[in-house]
Structures are given as structure tokens and as C-alpha cells.
Ligand binder design. Structure first.
Ligand code: ARG
Ligand code: ZN
Length: 854
């Protein structure tokens, strides 16, 4: 039965104070909870506490054992007569048996917790909803040899030894928080310690906790944490509020990381990095996730969410904040390109498929299924549009107002927008449709010019596609940054302007336009929409070479490539590649461009994104069209690729400059391999063998894994043997093969799923093989259906261990409407097979059943 947004009611009881006592043991942990509960004025309801999967030992009210409690499913009902009581429960839980990785679980000998969204109820009985804010006192006791370090939220208060080789520690968090922010960790951990002085002069002790052997890989994360703390003070005026900030890395984690108050728990892949084991992209992600979780301390923790329908309130805003942080560390243009690429790869398909939902959904079966690219990344775009509309000063005033007005409370998306209006002096009534309407708007744009009168006319239109449950849509407010350039002189004809398209169609007239204008639109990707313009290949090539907005330049190149690839996929045979080749050649030879930008601009759109433009996807035709353009570019520009490849080298450093040169070199290597002249394998192998960092090594390995050279197997073996004891790097070994553009990838991946190092129990490993395979469009959609079968088999197995992670990997099977009838039938058959599994989780059931309907 679905949970609906409109059914929200405030909690009947609040819990101002809670004390938890953990007797920790991996096999059986005893949890005693002492809740001070307080009745809300107008309620007559009994106290209802959420639970799941634990054994209830006893219930006490005001110190007296009671027997008239009852269990209604997983909910514990305690009849209470007065307005305030002390309710105590004792339960037993089994961390070792917890394969879902929600609640208290064990990861390689470390006991840790994950409570968002509804994991706390697997630890103890509690009103497990984000609008119940409590102050927590936590006592833990555990075997001292196995668990020498005991951490929880807030500040450490006291600790000591116990008989039988055990010890204890007590922590107190002075900030009231919802249960989803609770955390504890017990384990044999080493710490990279440092400190940070806040703008008001308070000293904060920082610690990154990992296994001893991993300590040398923690410096980048620690550095990123300090940069984040300073950035949030500087850009948002937000200061850290406790005396301690700890980050713990664990190997088994359902997603990236978690912002528990004062005790962030991370997937180790977003903490550990050194040049030998982490690529530049890994370094970027570590810094981005550290920043994201740190920024949650204000956008999420100090101001939290009233209910889970408001998830984008904290996630969209926090993604927007971490994007801003990362943009400030290097090239803002390249960061914007990367973010838009990610949006198109993961969010646009969501918006166009059976699982489409607005950034503030109306209902769900399982909230874990709503930690989506829509809530996170589209949510960030919605915040970005408001920031654009308000401008920097008023946006800052609005966020100040928001933090001030809602500090210590559980707020709603509406509250956030209201602050934008109040401080920004704008009316966002219609803009709010972005919170309720799903689907990616399509904006048409065309310019006509009358040379005689010097009048140019821009016609804009918008259309929001139907999505499941939403057939009719209202026109949205779409902020479009645009500018006109003269086709003959290359000069700008107008300043950049911000046009608010808020009707189905609109017309803008420009006078005194003396030459034919070329339209630059959605500059900086000012709105998360698809632009449909009638710009010719020549006009796009012109913008690709001259637009003053780097994003627009990138975009013009991509559009040109996309138009060419779509034509190629439809026509099958030869299409004209000349305009693309000229544009790429010009980009490669423009000395004014940052190599990091060049590397992005010359990359062809992903197969999935090309497929999204087609009415019916023929994955082999998409693949073939892309390969044809790729090898044409490779051959015709071979000298330029070689020059880019052999160009001046930077010694290894994690700086924007050195990163950019490595990136361009790897892109050039990919093109050189696509010339198919035979020495591609040798060139890649030489880079592989000589590499002094993972970016060069993995870049070469991916090129080798895609191909058929003699060096392929050798390189994979060398890589495997070198990193056999490093799980994060072995993930890359699996992932590289699952992403490979080979005809036999399905067989290779099936074989790898039986490899001794493969395990579905570890989410990183599962994602590295099954997740990567799911986004390998050609392999997954192989005509014989072997890809679909493999994916469904894996999901069914994974669901028994870890439903949340299984559900995350299902969406590729839900794209059946986009394919030919034969494939659609096979995909549906796999979805039906999943839905019919006895004992299927709610998580996977929701995703699979909605995928069949939508
Ligand atoms: N709040 C965490 C973050 O964005 C992620 C929690 C994900 N929870 C889930 N059930 N999927 O940093
Ligand atoms: Zn987050």
C-alpha cells in the first residue's frame, strides 16, 4: 500500500530526549532505549513506535514493566495515559546476519550503521520519521581487542574499561536530530587526525577513520574536508557547530556516503585515494562526496525534512552546493559540462521512462527507490534556476533567510521556495510546477531574419511530455540565457539576456539586426530542458568555434554530433561527417582552449543519449553509427590526435592543469585506437605499462578491453595480479570489462559473475559488474535476449541479500517501450519473471511492477 504525500499528519508524540545503550556483539547486540515522550496537545492516540526485524525483550513505562503493549505488524503500540512518560525498551539484533546493510551491520569486522531513510527502526523501536527531533545520548560497550574504537554522533563524554576484556564509551549530541541521522561505529580503526579553525575562531577536531593499512590513502579526503569547511563559510556563511567531525570509511555500503551528525559514514571508494589506485575522476568524486556530506550539516541536518516527500529539499540543494564547490576548485565550465552529461545519462532517461516522478513525488511504496537522479540532480537544477532568477546577492539573502528561519526544524520544499520569494522579491507561483510536474520539457526555438527591415524574430515554444499519472501538463517557467551572433562577422549582436519562457509559445523581436543572426540558447544550461532548434550544421559548427560561453560551445559541438549520429542510426549507411570533422579539428587546434575542455568537447555523445533521440532504438545501428563517426574522426584527424597524444606532458600531480592533459591524452588514445591501423594495441599497452598513475593505467586498460588485440588479455592479467588485494581497484577490473564495447561482453560478464572475486554481497562489486553491464547499451540489448536474462538472474539473486541495491539496478530493464517489439517482449518477460518471485522485496517489486505498467 502506497504512502501518499497528501496523507501527512504531524506526529502524535514527540521524543525530546533519548538514551541508547548498546551491548555490542556481531552475533547478538542488545539495545536498550530510554525515550522521554511527550503528547502533542490535541492527540488521543497511543504511542506508536516503528520497528523491523528485531526481537523485543521488554517494555517499561515510567520504570515499571508492562504487558499491555501490542505489536501491530512491525509497529509497537504502547498505551499511555498521561502527557509525558519515560518508555524503555530492550531488543536484540543480529548485525552479522544483516545483509541489507540497513540498521546496524558488520563490514569486514567493523560494526557500523546506516539509518536513512528507515534503518533506525531496525535498531530499536522509535517514531522513525524525520519530523521527530530528539537529543541523543549513546553508550556503547564492546570487546576492547576487536572494537578498540567506539564512535557516535556529537561529542565524546566519557569512556572506561569493563571486566572480561570489554570497554565502554559515551557520546552526546547536543543538537536535536531525526533518527535517520543517528550513527555509531565500533572497530579496529586508525585515524588521520587534523583540525580546523572556524571563522569565529572555534577549533574543530577532524578525523578520518580507516583500517591502518589505508591511512596513506586518506590525505586527499582530509584536504577536501578542510576546503569544504572553508568554502561553506565563505560562500554560504555556514560554520560548523560541534567540536568534533569524524568520517569513517567502510567497504560495504549501499550508496556513496551518509551525513550522520558529526559522524559521516562513507563508502570507502569515496574516501580512499592515492595516485597508484585512484583515477582523477575518483579524486574528483572523493572531494565532491566529502563536500556533499559536509554541506548536509546545514542543508539536511540543522534544517531537515518534514517527511520523505521533501527529500529534494536537502538533496537537490546539497547537490547544487557541492557542484558549486567543485566548480570553484578547477574549471567551472568543465564541471558544468560533466554535470550536464551526468544529468542526460541518468536523469533524462528517468524522466522519459516508466519510473518518471516529480522532484517532490506524490506517493511511494518504498522510499529507498526515490533516491534518484531526479530528486538529486534535477532537484539541483531546480535550485540552480532559482539562483539564476534571483542573481547571486539575492540568492544568498534567500539561503540566509532559509537557514535562519528553519534552523532546528523539519521543513518542506514549499518553505524553501517561500524564502526565495521573500528574500528575492519574486513571484514563483508558476515556477513551483517544477516541483510537481515530471518530464523533461522540450523547447523549440527558431530565428527568422528580414534583412530589409533589420528585424530578427525568435519564436520559442514549450511542451512537457506526458509521464505516468500525469497526462496533461501546464507550461513551466523556463529561464533561458540566450544571445545572438552575426553569422557573417562572428560578432555578438546582443548582450546575453535571460528570457523567461512561461507560456506555451512566445515571440521576441530584435530590431537593427543587420546580418543573419545565429542563436546561442540555454547558455550554461540555464534550464534542464531539451532544445529543439532548426540550426543548420554550419551554424552549429560556427557556434562550436566562436561562442563566448564555453558551455554553449560544447553544446553546439554535441548537437552537431548528435544530429549526425541520429541520421546515421536511421539511415544506416554513410552520412555526411564533414561538419563534425571540421568542428572537432578546429577545437583540437584552438590554442586558446583549456585541454580539459577540449577533451570534453571532442567526445561523442554516449550511445544511450543517442538512443534517447530515436522513436525506436536499434542498439546495433546506434553503435554502428557511432563507431563509423568515431573511426572517420580518428582517421581523418589522425595527425591531430597524435599531436594531442604526444603533446607536452605534465608530471603527475592532481592539479586542474595536469588532470586536463591526462584527460585529453586518454581521449586521444581512444581515437588513435579507432583508426584500426593495428598498432593501437601496442600504443595502449605501452601507456599501460609505463603509467605512474591510475588515470593513465585505467585509460589504457579500457581501450585494450574494448578491442581485440593480443595485449588485451595480458593487460587484464597484469592489472588483476597487481591489485588482487585492493577491492576498490578490482572493482575497476570488473567494471572495465562490463563496459567494454565488444560483441561478446555478455559472455565475458557471465563468466566474471562466477569469478572467485565476484560477490553480490558487496554493493560496490555488484555495481561494478551488474550495474556497469546494465548501462552498456549494446551488450544489455543484444538481440538474442541473453543480456536481459543475465541482468534479471542477477537481480533476483541480489534481492535476497540486499533489496535496496537490487532495486537500484533494475531501471535498464524498464526501457522496453523504447525498443522494437521483439526486444520489448523479452524485456517484459524478464520483468514478469522478477515480479513473480516468491518473497520478492517491496523495493524490487515497486521498480519492476511500475516498469511493466508505465
Ligand atoms: N543522504 C545520503 C546522501 O545523499 C544518501 C542516503 C541514501 N539513502 C538511501 N536509502 N538510498 O548523501
Ligand atoms: Zn545527500
Amino acid at each position: 500500500q502506497a504512502i501518499r504525500r497528501e496523507d501527512y499528519r504531524p506526529p502524535a508524540w514527540t521524543v525530546p530526549e533519548v538514551s541508547l545503550d548498546f551491548d555490542l556483539d556481531p552475533a547478538t547486540t542488545r539495545v536498550r532505549a530510554r525515550l522521554e515522550v511527550s503528547r502533542r496537545e490535541d492527540t488521543v492516540e497511543p504511542l506508536r513506535l516503528d520497528g523491523a526485524g528485531q526481537r523485543l525483550v521488554s517494555v517499561l513505562v515510567d520504570g515499571v514493566a508492562i504487558n499491555d503493549w501490542r505489536l501491530d505488524g512491525d509497529t509497537l503500540e504502547v498505551p499511555l495515559t498521561g502527557d509525558t512518560h519515560v518508555v524503555e525498551t530492550e531488543v536484540e539484533i543480529a548485525p552479522d546476519a544483516n545483509t541489507q546493510l540497513m540498521g546496524l551491520y558488520a563490514s569486514n569486522g567493523i560494526l557500523c550503521t546506516q539509518c536513512e531513510a528507515e534503518g533506525f527502526r531496525r535498531i530499536t523501536y522509535f517514531p522513525d520519521r524525520p519530523d521527530v527531533l530528539a537529543r541523543y545520548r549513546v553508550r556503547m560497550s564492546a570487546d576492547k581487542a576487536r572494537f578498540p574504537v567506539l564512535l557516535a554522533n556529537g561529542d565524546p563524554i566519557a569512556s572506561g574499561d569493563l571486566p572480561d576484556g570489554r570497554h565502554w564509551a559515551e557520546w552526546h549530541d547536543p543538537f536535536p536530530k531525526p533518527s535517520y541521522l543517528f550513527a555509531l561505529v565500533a572497530g579496529d580503526l586508525a585515524c588521520n587526525r587534523s583540525s580546523f579553525t572556524t571563522q569565529s575562531g572555534r577549533e574543530v577536531e577532524l578525523g578520518i577513520w580507516v583500517r591502518e593499512a589505508d591511512l596513506p590513502r586518506t590525505h586527499h579526503a582530509l584536504h577536501a574536508l578542510k576546503l569544504s569547511m572553508a568554502w561553506d563559510e565563505h560562500v554560504y556563511g555556514r560554520e560548523y557547530d560541534l567540536d568534533v567531525f569524524n568520517i569513517v570509511a567502510v567497504d560495504d555500503f549501499n550508496f556513496g556516503a551518509m551525513e550522520n551528525k558529526g559522524l559521516n559514514i562513507f563508502n570507502s571508494r569515496y574516501v580512499l585515494a592515492d595516485p597508484d589506485t585512484a583515477t582523477d575522476m575518483d579524486y574528483d568524486h572523493v572531494a565532491g562526496v566529502v563536500a556533499h556530506e559536509y554541506f548536509h550539516n546545514w542543508s539536511g541536518n540543522r534544517v531537515t525534512c518534514r517527511d520523505w516527500f521533501q527529500l529534494s529539499l536537502k538533496e537537490g540543494f546539497t547537490v547544487f552546493r557541492d557542484q558549486g564547490f567543485s566548480a570553484d576548485q578547477g574549471s567551472a565550465a568543465v564541471k558544468r559540462i560533466e554535470d550536464v552529461r551526468a544529468l542526460r545519462a541518468s536523469q533524462f532517461p528517468e524522466d522519459a521512462g516508466p519510473l518518471a516522478h516529480p522532484i517532490r513525488p506524490e506517493s511511494y511504496l518504498e522510499i529507498s527507490n526515490f533516491y534518484t537522479a531526479t530528486i538529486y540532480n534535477k532537484g539541483a537544477e531546480i535550485v540552480r534556476m532559482m539562483a539564476t532568477i534571483l542573481g547571486p546577492q539575492r540568492f544568498r539573502a534567500a539561503t540566509d533567510l532559509y537557514f535562519d528561519r528553519f534552523d532546528g526544524t523539519a521543513a518542506t520544499c514549499e518553505d524553501f521556495v517561500q524564502c526565495m520569494e521573500d528574500a528575492g522579491g519574486v513571484d514563483l507561483t508558476q515556477f513551483r510546477l517544477w516541483y510537481s510536474q515530471a518530464g523533461t520539457p522540450r523547447v523549440s526555438a527558431s530565428v527568422t531574419h528580414d534583412a530589409g527591415s533589420g528585424r530578427a524574430t525568435l519564436r520559442l515554444g514549450q511542451q512537457v511530455p506526458a509521464t505516468p499519472g500525469q497526462s496533461d501538463k501546464e507550461p513551466m517557467v523556463i529561464p533561458l540565457k540566450l544571445r545572438l551572433f552575426g553569422a557573417a562577422t562572428g560578432r555578438p549582436l546582443t548582450d546575453e539576456q535571460l528570457v523567461m519562457l512561461n507560456q506555451a509559445s512566445d515571440t521576441i523581436v530584435y530590431e537593427g539586426v543587420t546580418e543573419r543572426p545565429v542563436l546561442s540558447i540555454n547558455r550554461g544550461f540555464s534550464a534542464p530542458v531539451v532544445i529543439e532548434s532548426d540550426r543548420t550544421p554550419d551554424e552549429l559548427a560556427f557556434l562550436s568555434g566562436t561562442d563566448d560561453d564555453p558551455f554553449a560551445r560544447y553544446e553546439a559541438t554535441q548537437q552537431l554530433m548528435l544530429d549526425t549520429l541520429v541520421a546515421g542510426a536511421i539511415e544506416g549507411g554513410r552520412t555526411n561527417h564533414d561538419a563534425v570533422i571540421r568542428a572537432v579539428s578546429a577545437t583540437l587546434s584552438d590554442p586558446s582552449l583549456d585541454p580539459a575542455f577540449v577533451a570534453e568537447a571532442v567526445l561523442l555523445p554516449a550511445e544511450g543519449f543517442i538512443a534517447d533521440q530515436l522513436a525506436v532504438v536499434d542498439p546495433e545501428a546506434v553503435f554502428a553509427a557511432r563507431q563509423a563517426l568515431r573511426s572517420d574522426l580518428a582517421r581523418q584527424l589522425e595527425e591531430q590526435w597524435r599531436a594531442a597524444y604526444d603533446g607536452p606532458r605534465e608530471p603527475y600531480a592532481y592539479t586542474p592543469r595536469a588532470k586536463g592533459s591526462r584527460r585529453l591524452r586518454n581521449v586521444a588514445l581512444g581515437y588513435l585506437a579507432a583508426t584500426n591501423t593495428g598498432d593501437a594495441g601496442k600504443l595502449a599497452f605501452t601507456q599501460f605499462a609505463a603509467a605512474d598513475n591510475m588515470t593513465d593505467r585505467q585509460g589504457a586498460l579500457q581501450v585494450l578491453a574494448n578491442g581485440d588485440s593480443d595485449e588485451r588479455v595480458a593487460a587484464l592479467d597484469i592489472f588483476y595480479n597487481r591489485y588482487a588485494d585492493n577491492a576498490l581497484v578490482l572493482d575497476k577490473w570488473f567494471q572495465t570489462q562490463a563496459l567494454a564495447t565488444r560483441a561478446d561482453t555478455v559472455e565475458i560478464v557471465a563468466e566474471l559473475s562466477r569469478h572467485p572475486d565476484f560477490s553480490l554481497a558487496n554493493p560496490n562489486r555488484a555495481r561494478s559488474l551488474v550495474g556497469a553491464f546494465g548501462v552498456n547499451q549494446r551488450a544489455l540489448n543484444r538481440a538474442d535476449g541473453a543480456g536481459y536474462r543475465f541482468l534479471a538472474d542477477q537481480l533476483i539473486q541480489l534481492d535476497k541479500l540486499n533489496p535496496q541495491t537490487a532495486a537500484k539496478l533494475l531501471p535498464p530493464l524498464g526501457r522496453w517501450r523504447r525498443f522494437d517489439a521483439t526486444r520489448a517482449v523479452m524485456m517484459r518477460a524478464e520483468l514478469e519473471r522478477i515480479v513473480a518471485v516468491p518473497g520478492l522485496s517491496k523495493d524490487l517489486f515497486e521498480q519492476a511492477s511500475k516498469s511493466l505498467e508505465g
